[in-house]
Ligand binder design. Structure first.
Ligand code: PMP
Length: 443
């Protein structure tokens, strides 16, 4: 029927045609689908989503990780409904923002104070401004190829092509399209987990370094964890030059109940947050040491930074976030992590049984699945590998489409991000379906 993908007469294909007239490419977000069209969602419940052609699937994306409890969690729905009848947004503070702030400050090791905004992009924008304003210095160091949202500085060297990336030990960075060379001039890039080159580059910046920005588990480098050696090097160099450590935990809050930083045993000075803390509604936040947060944002202490926002801490998001984070207690975190382990084990087993070369990465509820067994330790290696071997992308597309046609919606670039709504039986089904996909791989 029209539920098979792709199908010229499906409702999703028709909706995409209609969308293309009014939205460039028919879409408002990047990287959400493989051509020819995305399936259009109509509703979701728990771990399942339904599309416009009535097809039900297990949702393994959970809106790029933000839906920690899947769809329609009763406590979150109830909180949103109740709040919607009282206040959705208002130019006054509400108790709800204090409650969510208290929960997060208590739960996350590195933050003593917090400010809310509306997306991870905004959180990174303000984390970077905060580091610059606090240190009085211009330069931000980031890992080459790491995605930190689409704010200008954060987007430098997100996806540089080989023609623009220069020698590996060079700190030079590449501005995103639409940004000026001036933006890139204040950003240096570090090769992922390369201690020697990283150290050399940071020493070259020295007293002009405002901050090193790190994502503890870089999703677009295949959920690659930052190594202890690299982290140690960054700590030492920051200690020597006086810059700040900024963690982008927009995604990686899923890595540890007390934050990814707690699992790594470091206290970043500032962290950017988003996704799961909003219970499925738009959110971002920055948090950190009280002295830093006060100096920067407290108007009665001579705040150095402006941080207005019509929808900052809007009560609807606060209510949803609070319900979601209350339901995501330590027990829920541990159960979900075990389900992630089960999935990784099942996927490795599938690769072994099908005798296909591949790599399974990730931790807790986040899993990466790549159809190459070659080393993928940094952005350049991954880009070179994908460029040299087009079968990797073709095979990934095959797996994505096979899963889509057998009741599983995975991330189009090999990601599975689980929610607490998923069951062991569903995890096993995902692994079995992946095995079937691997048995029919194109060459
Ligand atoms: N940082 C990281 C590590 C992210 O994964 C994302 C979103 N995928 C962002 C920042 C940006 O967050 P948002 O999409 O909410 O703007």
């Amino acid at each position: 029927g029209t539920g098979a993908f792709p199908h010229a007469h499906s409702r999703s294909a028709a909706l995409h045609e209609r969308a293309r007239a009014v939205m460039p490419g028919g879409n408002t977000r990047h990287s959400v689908f493989f051509p020819p069209y995305p399936v259009y969602a109509t509703h979701g419940r728990g771990s399942r989503i339904w599309d416009a052609d009535g097809v039900e699937r297990i949702d393994c994306m959970n809106n790029y990780s933000s839906l920690i409890h899947g769809h329609g969690h009763p406590a979150i729905v109830e909180a949103i409904q109740q709040q919607a009848t009282r206040l959705t947004s208002v130019a006054l503070p509400t108790e709800s923002e204090i409650e969510l702030a208290e929960l997060l400050v208590e739960r996350l090791d590195a933050i003593e104070q917090i400010r809310f905004c509306n997306s991870g992009t905004e959180a990174m924008l303000f984390a970077i401004k905060a580091a610059r304003a606090y240190s009085g210095r211009p330069v931000i160091a980031k890992v080459e190829g790491a995605y930190h949202g689409s704010a200008e500085t954060a987007a430098v060297s997100s996806q540089p092509g080989p023609s623009r990336w220069g020698p590996a030990d060079s700190p030079a960075s590449v501005p995103d399209a639409g940004s000026t060379p001036g933006v890139a001039a204040d950003v240096v890039v570090l090769p992922m987990n390369d201690v020697d080159n990283g150290r050399r580059i940071l020493r070259g910046v020295g007293s002009r370094l405002a901050a090193v920005v790190l994502d503890p588990l870089v999703k677009n480098l295949g959920f690659k964890p930052v190594t202890q050696e690299f982290l140690q090097m960054v700590r030492e160099e920051l200690q020597a030059c006086g810059g700040l450590l900024v963690f982008d935990e927009v995604y990686s809050l899923r890595l540890g109940f007390h934050g990814a930083h707690a699992t790594l045993g470091v206290q970043p000075d500032i962290i950017a947050m988003g996704k799961i803390i909003g219970g499925g509604l738009p959110i971002g936040a920055i948090g950190g040491r009280a002295d830093i947060m006060t100096a920067l944002f407290d108007p009665h202490a001579g705040a150095r930074l402006g941080h207005a926002g019509t929808f900052n801490a809007n009560p609807l998001t606060m209510a949803a976030g609070l319900a979601a984070m209350r339901a995501f207690d330590l027990g829920a975190f541990e159960r979900l992590s075990a389900l992630g382990d089960r999935l990784r084990k099942g996927l490795r087993e599938a690769l072994r049984i099908a005798d296909v070369e591949g790599t399974v990465t990730g931790a807790t509820s986040m899993t990466g699945f790549f159809l190459s067994g070659k080393s993928m330790s940094n952005y350049r290696e991954i880009a070179a590998l994908m460029g040299a071997d087009p079968t990797i992308a073709r095979r990934a597309e095959h797996v994505f489409h096979h899963l889509l046609n057998h009741g599983v919606y995975m991330g189009s670039y090999g990601f599975f991000v689980l929610s607490t709504a998923i069951t062991e039986a569903e995890v096993d089904y995902i692994a079995e379906t992946t095995l079937a996909a691997l048995r029919t791989l194109p060459t």
